[in-house]
Design a protein around this ligand. Structure first.
Ligand code: API
Length: 290
């Protein structure tokens, strides 16, 4: 029987990014890709990402967090999901600061400048082609050779690539709504240049303090918001000297404030997290799961 059967969950969202939070710290079990897909099914609790808290592995951390996309794949980072986890914890314990471990490393999290805001230190970005990762060497990852559309008149081309613990490609455009991202997204997500696939973002730099984005997420598709994409875009724009290191990012589901901190290159993401409802998983969801 799945460890998730009859287990409690919280349905939340991070500016429209659909999140389910499950605390398995009292029942150490590894959620399988099949179980993650079962939870995301229409009979379950449809989500973009599932955040599973496992018992802490390191002294001083609250939990080890595994992150699942709704296709069952695991990710190294999920900014919107982390704010949801932090809100749940702070409301339960009254704490205002906490450290979690994720596959991408240690994340320090704290109450933001107002009670409805949470700040996550998403760590330092990586730019090396092997860190993204890319399937071949690109010495300058501010622009790589990748395009869609006619060879002589590509619709999208020359993206910046960044890892926030998960892979991101950012295409710079004048209007993020002028492209059929539902069509181009999967082609680019699964392009052979990305051996681990990639999150695909369209970004318009309105001015040095404000960028608008829309993202096709690896393993989840078109979502209303992608926190790690907001971080990756802010960093990539600053690398191109087209934006400041502190910027506001507008996503379809809401706003995020990003600070690419000078002293240690860590990326601080601040935004809201919304609680919707809580429940327990119906065991029938996992009847056909091995
Ligand atoms: N789809 C992403 C994981 C979730 C990222 C996003 N929801 C966020 O808020 O950062 C990936 O496979 O890398």
């Amino acid at each position: 029987m799945s460890a998730l059967a009859n287990h409690a969950f919280a349905k939340m969202n991070g500016i429209g990014n659909e999140i389910v939070v499950v605390d398995l710290r009292d029942k150490p079990a590894v959620v399988t890709a099949e179980e993650a897909r079962a939870v995301a099914s229409p009979a379950g609790v449809p989500y973009d990402q599932l955040m599973v808290l496992q018992p802490p592995r390191l002294q001083g951390t609250e939990a080890f967090i595994r992150i699942y996309n709704n296709d069952g794949s695991e990710a190294g980072a999920c900014g919107n999901g982390m704010r949801c986890v932090v809100r749940r914890l702070f409301e339960k314990t009254g704490e205002t600061a906490v450290t979690f471990e994720t596959p991408a490393g240690l994340l320090n999290c704290w109450q933001g400048p107002s009670p409805d805001l949470y700040t996550i230190d998403m760590g330092a970005p990586k730019f090396g082609w092997q860190d993204i990762p890319l399937a071949e060497e690109f010495r300058d990852t501010r622009y790589i050779e990748l395009q869609v559309g006619p060879i002589d008149a590509p619709l999208l081309h020359s993206p910046s690539v960044v890892s926030m613990g998960n892979p991101h490609a950012i295409f710079w455009v004048d209007d993020v709504n002028a492209y059929d991202l539902a069509r181009f997204g999967p082609l680019l997500e699964n392009h052979p240049i990305f051996p681990e696939r990639a999150n695909i973002t369209l970004a318009h730099i309105a001015d040095r303090d404000h960028i608008t984005i829309r993202t096709w997420e690896r393993g989840a598709g078109l979502t209303k918001a992608c926190g790690s994409a907001a971080c990756a875009t802010a960093v990539a724009a600053a690398r191109l000297k087209r934006a400041n290191r502190i910027v506001n990012i507008s996503l379809p589901g809401g706003e995020l404030s990003i600070d690419w901190r000078e002293r240690d290159d860590h990326v601080l993401m601040t935004g809201t997290a919304t609680f919707e409802y809580e429940g327990t998983f119906d065991p029938a969801l996992f009847a056909s799961v091995a």
